[in-house]
Design a protein around this ligand. Structure first.
Ligand code: ZN
Ligand code: CU
Length: 489
C-alpha cells in the first residue's frame, strides 16, 4: 500500500535534543508510520526534503489565541512560523468558562470584545473549536481572572470563601472536560488582590486533576524573587507542576538579575517540576498599565479605544502633543495597548538558553499593530539566536519548542518525530530562515518555512496556507506529575 505522504532525505531534528540524522519519513493518516531508508516505498504525495531540516511542529506554549482559533481559524501568524499547536488561556485570561455583558475586564480585553466571550462552559468552547476547525491544534488553560469575572462583583479584594468555592467548581468542571490546567496573571490589577490562600485553593484542584499551573508572576520588577517564591509555594501546595510565564527581569533597576532568577528556578527544580517560557525579544506587550508608566524606558502605544488616532506613537510623543505628563496622557489613552522596552538583551538571552525554558510567543493577535513576536518568535530563535549568534545549538532550540513543551503540557504523542507520533511537522531551509516581522512592520510571514503538516495534512506550503485545516482540540489525557523532571542542573 502506498503511504499518504513521504518526506524524503530530510535532515531530521526529532525534538528530543539528539543530533540530526538523515532519513525518509512516511505518514499514513495522522501518524508517522516509518522512519529510515524508505527508497522502495510509494506515496500519494512525495516531498523531496534534501538539504532541508524536518522538525516536530512547533508548540507555542504561551498564547492569547483563545478566540482567534475560532474567529480566524486559518491562524496564519502561527502556521506561517511552523507552529502546529497553541496553548491558549495564559496570563489568567481565557475565553471559557465565561459569559460577559458590558465592559470586558482588563486584560481579558486582549482576547476580544464582550460579544467574543460566549462560552459559558469549557465544553461549549471545545465544541466551537471543533466546529471552526482551526489550522493548528489547541490546548487550553483556564484563566484565574476569567474565573473571577464570573463570580465576583469587583476585583479589588480577595475572593470570599463562597466565591472561591464557586470558582473551584467551575475550574473542576473545565478540567474534567479536558482543559490542561490553570493560569494566573497576578500582576494585573484584576487579579493582584487575590491572596495566596485564594490561589492555593484553586491550584489544589489543578493538582488533583493532574493539570499544570502557569503564572504571570505578581511582580516581574524589584519583587521578582518573592513573586517566584510565591509561585513555587502555591504549586507545591497544590502538587501541580509549574510554568512561570515569560520569565523576565523587568524594569531598568532590575537588569542583570537573570542569573539570580535562574538560580532560584534551578533550585526549585530540584524538588518540584518547574519550568518557564520566554519570547526572544527585549520588549514586552500588553494593555497599557499605569503601574508601568515611567520615563526610564521607551513605551510605544499600539492601540487606544478613546484615541485610536494616537496609536503607533511613543507615549512620550503623545504626552508632548497633549502637553500632559506621561501619566496623565496614559490615563487619557485608556483602555489602550502598549509595547514596553523593559528588558536587557543579556538577561533575555540567559533565560532563553536555560535548559528549563520553553519558547512561547505571547503574541497578541487582536492588536492592530502587534508586537513582532506574534509573527516572528519561533524563526527568530532558530535563525537569529541559534544559527547566527550561536546562543544555543539548533537541536536544543528545537527541543524548547517541541519535546519539552509537549512533556510539560501533557500533549501525548506530540512534539517529537518517532514512529507512532502524530504527524505534526515543519520543514524549513535553515539558510533562508528569517523572522521578518519588526516593531515598525510587525505583520509579516517568516521566510524559509517550506512546509507545515498538521495531523498528517499538508497545511502550509511555501508561503500559502492550504484550504484543508486539520487542527484539533487537545484534551488533557495524562496526569502531569509535580515531581522534578531532573535532579541537577
Ligand atoms: Zn503575561
Ligand atoms: Cu501572556
Amino acid at each position: 500500500m502506498p503511504h499518504d505522504l513521504l518526506i524524503r532525505r530530510a535532515s531530521v531534528i526529532d525534538g528530543s535534543g539528539r543530533e540530526p540524522f538523515i532519513a525518509d519519513i512516511a505518514i499514513d493518516d495522522d501518524r508517522i508510520v516509518a522512519i529510515g531508508d524508505l527508497d522502495d516505498e510509494e506515496a500519494g504525495t512525495i516531498i523531496d526534503a534534501e538539504g532541508l531540516i524536518l522538525a516536530p511542529g512547533f508548540i507555542d506554549v504561551h498564547t492569547h489565541d483563545d478566540t482567534n482559533v475560532i474567529r480566524t481559524p486559518q491562524m496564519l501568524p502561527k502556521l506561517s512560523q511552523g507552529v502546529t499547536t497553541v496553548v491558549v488561556g495564559n496570563c489568567g485570561i481565557s475565553a471559557s468558562p465565561v459569559r460577559l455583558s458590558g465592559e470586558v475586564p482588563d486584560p481579558m480585553n486582549l482576547l476580544g470584545r464582550a460579544e467574543d466571550f460566549r462560552y459559558p462552559t469549557f465544553a461549549a468552547y471545545a465544541e466551537a473549536i471543533e466546529q471552526a476547525q482551526p489550522s493548528v491544534n489547541v490546548a487550553a488553560l483556564i484563566g484565574h481572572t476569567s474565573l473571577r469575572s464570573q463570580v465576583m462583583d469587583r476585583f479589588d479584594r480577595a475572593a470570599s470563601d463562597d466565591e472561591i468555592a464557586a470558582m473551584r467548581k467551575q475550574l473542576e468542571t473545565a478540567l474534567a472536560e479536558g482543559a490542561v490546567g490553570m493560569s494566573s496573571g497576578l500582576a494585573y490589577r484584576n487579579a493582584y488582590h487575590a491572596p495566596i490562600a485564594e490561589m492555593n485553593a484553586l491550584v489544589e484542584a489543578v493538582g488533583r486533576a493532574g493539570g499544570v499551573y502557569t503564572t504571570h508572576l505578581r511582580d516581574e520588577f524589584a519583587g521578582l524573587p518573592e513573586a517566584m517564591d510565591e509561585a513555587f509555594a502555591t504549586a507545591r501546595h497544590g502538587q501541580a507542576p509549574l510554568v512561570i510565564s515569560h520569565l523576565k527581569c523587568a524594569g531598568a533597576g532590575n537588569w542583570g538579575n537573570a542569573p539570580r532568577a535562574l538560580a532560584k528556578l534551578d533550585d526549585a527544580a530540584l524538588s518540584h517540576g518547574v519550568h518557564c517560557d520566554c519570547y526572544p525579544y527585549t520588549a514586552g506587550s500588553s494593555t497599557l498599565d499605569l503601574g508601568q508608566v515611567t520615563d526610564e524606558i521607551d513605551i510605544f502605544i499600539t492601540w487606544s479605544d478613546p484615541h485610536p488616532e494616537m496609536a503607533r506613537q511613543p507615549l512620550k510623543a503623545i504626552a508632548e502633543q497633549w502637553e500632559l505628563s506621561l501619566m496623565d496622557a496614559a490615563r487619557r489613552l485608556q483602555p489602550a495597548g502598549a509595547v514596553y522596552h523593559n528588558m536587557s538583551e543579556a538577561d533575555m538571552r540567559q533565560v532563553l538558553s536555560h535548559p528549563l525554558s520553553m519558547v512561547g510567543s505571547d503574541g497578541l493577535p487582536n492588536d492592530p499593530h502587534p508586537h513582532p513576536r506574534l509573527w516572528g518568535a519561533f524563526p527568530r530563535v532558530l535563525a537569529h539566536y541559534s544559527r547566527d549568534l550561536k546562543l544555543l545549538p539548533l537541536t536544543e532550540a528545537v527541543r524548547k519548542m517541541t519535546g519539552l513543551s509537549a512533556a510539560n503540557f501533557g500533549l501525548t504523542d506530540r512534539g517529537e518525530i518517532r514512529v507512532g507520533a502524530f504527524a505534526d511537522l515543519v520543514l524549513f531551509d535553515l539558510d533562508a530562515l528569517e523572522d521578518t516581522a519588526t516593531y515598525t512592520a510587525p505583520i509579516a510571514k517568516a521566510s524559509g518555512i517550506e512546509l507545515v503538516v498538521v495531523n498528517g495534512v499538508v497545511s502550509y506550503r511555501q508561503g500559502e496556507a492550504s484550504e484543508h485545516r486539520a487542527g484539533r482540540l487537545l484534551r488533557r489525557q495524562v496526569r502531569l506529575s509535580a515531581r522534578p523532571s531532573r535532579t541537577a542542573s
